[in-house]
Ligand binder design. Structure first.
Ligand code: ARG
Length: 473
């Protein structure tokens, strides 16, 4: 929130006369209650969508003859002028006017006079706020989708560039089998492809229009809800007015998509932190994405992935917040729902920030190919390849597993890898071992042999990059 637009908490006019609902009341609102119930400090973020919704609503009212064309024109012009004022920072938000909706409506009447009071015909803040949030979230989903695509394209470039780079693959964080780094990056990409699909699916349920539901039961005016929905780019009007004003399941669904994305980013974070440790030394993050230590001059810390990992917990918190907010709420609108905005906005801000910083950072990861290669050659990572070799030479897999287990034990005792045992030593474990065995004991041979759809062979990685590029295009 800019200082210019911050709400004026010491509003001299805190009598009820400014409030649109003052008619029913004889005493002024308690000053603390007013501040406690106000949402303008955070919902002013919705001003563009609020005005967009109001313009479409006014045009619909003119279309069905509830407003004259001239009334509608004055309202539309007034709202556009207010939008320009707010954007320029020339708008004074008032806590007395509670929220973004009443602030703008009151400014409209100040600007254009009595006709401004007609805008709220056939509408309630209940269908208005639900519409604003949906319009806002729809826009943000589109921005987030574009950022996801940028992140994915960066991953595909990296995967292609590192299609032949050999690294150890892990299970239980123990060296398991050699893989290619390109294959590992493509595993990340698959996660975000699913995230992008999930987000598009969520968008379908966001893009439904509450307007026309009014407070809860609908309205007595002959509204044309399809007209308004079309003007606002909604797929359709909500089918039930009670549901339209009350459910925030679309916010929950979005934050759950966001939580899954953050979870994926936190997994990458963990690997980047581990790999950039001097103990492992697989990668170096570029200087512009790291920070130093105030006391230890040698330190270059992976703060960016660590912070993304940390923010994941914060987004999960918002998900739990929203699930609990909605739990047991009776129909229809309840003021509880005003509490949907801060978790939603904070989720959007931190998700967008995390995606942006990953999309910027990942292409600049420097890979230490030698360290990866050396690590892949350790830990008997080609043991499975030796077992498969024995099977090809007629040994049943369970017996082959036993033979290789013995060879590994002997290697451990001598401090040697399988490829460092000589042929006679290897043949002492099985006479199915011939002099071509060393071909399968190399890490290059191991990755190249996994040459099928979804496998780690460099050839397959390049094919998978092509297929994903096509999918994203
Ligand atoms: N500021 C409110 C919110 O965010 C707007 C709707 C208020 N409706 C009401 N009946 N008090 O939910």
């Amino acid at each position: 929130m800019s200082d210019k637009n911050s709400p004026n908490t010491s509003n001299p006019d805190s009598s009820n006369s400014a409030k649109p609902w003052a008619g029913r009341f004889t005493e002024p609102t308690d000053a603390f209650v007013e501040a406690f119930t106000a949402s303008v400090a955070f919902d002013q973020r919705l001003y563009r969508q609020d005005i967009q919704g109001s313009i479409a609503h006014a045009q619909m009212l003119a279309h069905v003859g509830v407003l004259t064309d001239s009334e509608c024109q004055q309202i539309v012009d007034g709202l556009k002028a207010i939008e320009a004022d707010i954007t320029a920072g020339n708008f004074s938000w008032s806590v007395t006017l509670e929220d973004v909706h009443m602030n703008i409506e009151s400014a409209l009447t100040s600007k254009i006079g009595e006709v401004g009071k007609k805008l709220h015909t056939g509408r309630s803040r209940n269908d208005q706020v639900a519409t604003d949030v949906r319009l806002y979230l729809r826009e943000e989903i589109d921005t987030i989708s574009a950022e996801l695509t940028r992140l994915l394209n960066g991953m595909l470039d990296k995967a292609e560039a590192e299609a032949d780079t050999i690294m150890p693959g892990f299970t239980h964080l123990q060296i398991a089998q050699p893989v290619t780094f390109g294959h590992h990056v493509l595993a990340w990409a698959e996660m975000f492809v699913r995230d992008a699909e999930r987000l598009q699916d969520c968008r379908k349920r966001v893009n439904v229009m509450p307007l026309g539901a009014a407070a809860l039961a609908g309205t007595t005016y002959p509204v044309d809800r399809n007209f308004t929905a079309e003007k606002l780019g909604f797929d359709k009007p909500a089918a039930n007015s009670l549901d339209a004003v009350s459910d925030r399941d679309f916010v929950i669904e979005f934050i759950s998509c966001a939580s899954i994305m953050m979870m994926h980013m936190s997994r990458i974070a963990e690997e980047l932190v581990l790999w950039s440790s001097s103990l492992v030394n697989f990668i170096e993050l570029s200087d512009s994405f790291c920070t130093g230590s105030s006391i230890m001059p040698q330190k270059k810390n992976p703060d960016v992935p660590e912070l993304v990992r940390g923010k994941t917990g914060r987004i999960y918190g918002h998900l739990m917040n929203m699930l609990t907010l909605m739990k047991s709420q009776p129909l229809a609108y309840n003021k509880d729902n005003q509490e949907d905005k801060e978790p939603l906005f904070d989720t959007i801000d931190n998700l967008k920030g995390s995606l942006k910083i990953y999309a910027d950072m990942l292409p600049h990861i420097n890979v230490n190919k030698q360290a990866m290669y050396d690590a892949a050659s350790k830990g008997f990572s080609t043991a499975t390849d030796l077992a498969d070799y024995l099977v090809r030479n007629g040994v049943p897999f369970r017996d082959a597993h036993e033979v290789v287990g013995k060879a590994v034990r002997s290697g451990v005792e001598q401090g040697k890898d399988l490829s460092e045992l000589n042929l006679a030593e290897l043949q002492s474990f099985s006479d199915a071992i011939k002099d071509d065995v060393f071909d399968v004991l190399t890490v290059e041979g191991s990755v190249a042999a996994r040459d099928h759809l979804g496998g780690t062979a460099p050839k397959q990685v390049k094919l998978a990059v092509k297929a994903l590029r096509k999918k994203l295009a």
